[in-house]
Ligand binder design. Structure first.
Ligand code: ATP
Ligand code: MG
Length: 376
């Protein structure tokens, strides 16, 4: 029988939480598999076994946080004759190979090294032009032995690693239409956080394309795990900021206003942190001094996982996760259009708070009027 063998990342290290982490991963995989597919999914000695070899499941596993690697394997009885027969079938006709055994059931009569040697010898006997290369072989035959089953395979597929979504709680991710913030939201999910995406939009500035763009990014990110998207109307707040804040300070005040609203949404959703796509020094609002003033507007911790990356590195990640092509479509960011030619780079908190005191920013109202969507 052909099955998927799934190995996970650091879950194994988590001691007492291990069972909880594994169950989350199993549930996450199950919830992503289409309705017609209802394969059996079980935990077995530090791995997950899925009774199916449908390619659709492979596509799901490639995009499930917590999966380190997986393989389609043949499942057989844990007996040396069966193991050897399957391994010989998988061996190439020529070139170099090695056998790597993982024995999670210590009651098996041979240890891993002995299995490697015995199976390797049988493979060599069965084919003429094969050589063993333990360091850098062209093909590796993997054998895994648990108490009731053995598994044999030769192709491992890398997953994205990380932790199963849900084990780290929930976070709000500020999503603009740019390249950075989708990568930041992906990183939150990759480390096990459920993402509540929040976009602030200006209905007059935005071409209809922008709404679609944000939805497309949300849909793409939901391939990793289901998520929610809040679309918060920002036009009235922006107009008020333009009315009462000098142009050099507007960007900082826009961002502070976003932080306050993100905090309200976080409270309503039971989210603990706020993720942004900020990157040190990339634009004027991202000086340390300005970020200090901006982040102070939130009463939740603010995380910027891209803070130390170069733009090229972020672009590479965006391409890998599939958001880049959507992000580069032209759009009018609600803030970039109204940015001053000389924005402050060292905003002072006291000054900004004094200016905001003269504004009537109806943030609670905006959050109440948000549209909420679910993806995945
Ligand atoms: P990005 O590529 O993500 O747009 P950026 O380098 O263009 O980032 P800014 O435009 O200064 O940087 O935005 C910094 C961060 O603030 C974004 O990464 C995002 O997390 C948040 N942000 C900016 N604009 C919006 C918006 N309209 N709605 C929600 N969040 C936003
Ligand atoms: Mg931007």
């Amino acid at each position: 029988m052909r099955v998927y063998i799934v190995h996970y990342s650091e879950i194994a290290l988590k001691g007492k939480n291990r069972g909880y982490f594994e169950k989350k991963l199993v549930n996450n995989i199950r919830s992503k598999i289409g309705k017609d597919e209802k394969p059996k999914i079980r935990r077995e000695y530090g791995r997950i076994v899925i009774e199916s070899d449908s390619p659709e499941i492979g596509e799901v596993l490639k995009k499930t946080p917590g999966v380190r690697y997986f393989a389609v394997a043949v499942r057989i009885d844990p007996r040396m004759d069966e193991i050897t027969r399957s391994a010989v079938k998988l061996a190439p006709d020529c070139g170099t190979f090695r056998v790597m055994t993982k024995r999670s059931f210590k009651g098996f009569p041979l240890n891993s090294m002995e299995v490697n040697r015995t199976v390797g010898e049988s493979i060599l006997k069965s084919k003429e032009n094969l050589k063993v290369d333990l360091e850098n072989p062209e093909k590796t035959i993997y054998i895994e032995i648990s108490s009731k089953n053995a598994y044999v395979y030769s192709e491992r597929v890398e997953g994205i690693g990380g932790l199963p979504v849900g084990v780290s709680g929930r976070v709000v991710c500020l999503l603009s239409g740019g390249i950075d913030s989708p990568v930041s939201a992906f990183m939150a999910m990759k480390r096990g956080a459920e993402a509540i995406l929040v976009h602030f939009f200006n209905s007059t500035l935005h071409s209809p394309g922008v709404r679609k763009k944000i939805h497309d990014i949300a849909r793409k990110l939901s391939e990793y795990h289901r998520l929610k998207l809040y679309m918060v109307p920002f036009k009235d707040i922006q107009l008020e900021i333009i009315r009462c804040i000098p142009s050099e300070y507007r960007m900082v005040v826009y961002r502070r206003s976003m932080m306050r609203m993100a905090s309200m949404i976080a409270d309503a959703e039971g989210a603990i942190g706020i993720f942004t796509g900020d990157n040190l020094g990339q634009v004027a609002s991202q000086t340390l001094a300005n970020m200090r003033v901006i982040y102070r507007a939130s009463d939740h911790p603010v995380f910027a996982p891209l803070i130390g990356f170069d733009k090229e590195e972020i672009v590479d990640m965006a391409k890998k996760i599939g958001t880049y092509e959507i992000s580069i479509l032209p759009y009018d960011d609600c803030c970039s259009l109204m940015v001053s030619r000389h924005p402050v780079t060292k905003a002072s908190l006291e000054e900004v708070e004094r200016m905001e005191g003269a504004c009537d920013l109806r943030e609670k109202e905006a959050v109440e009027n948000a549209e909420v969507f679910e993806y995945g």
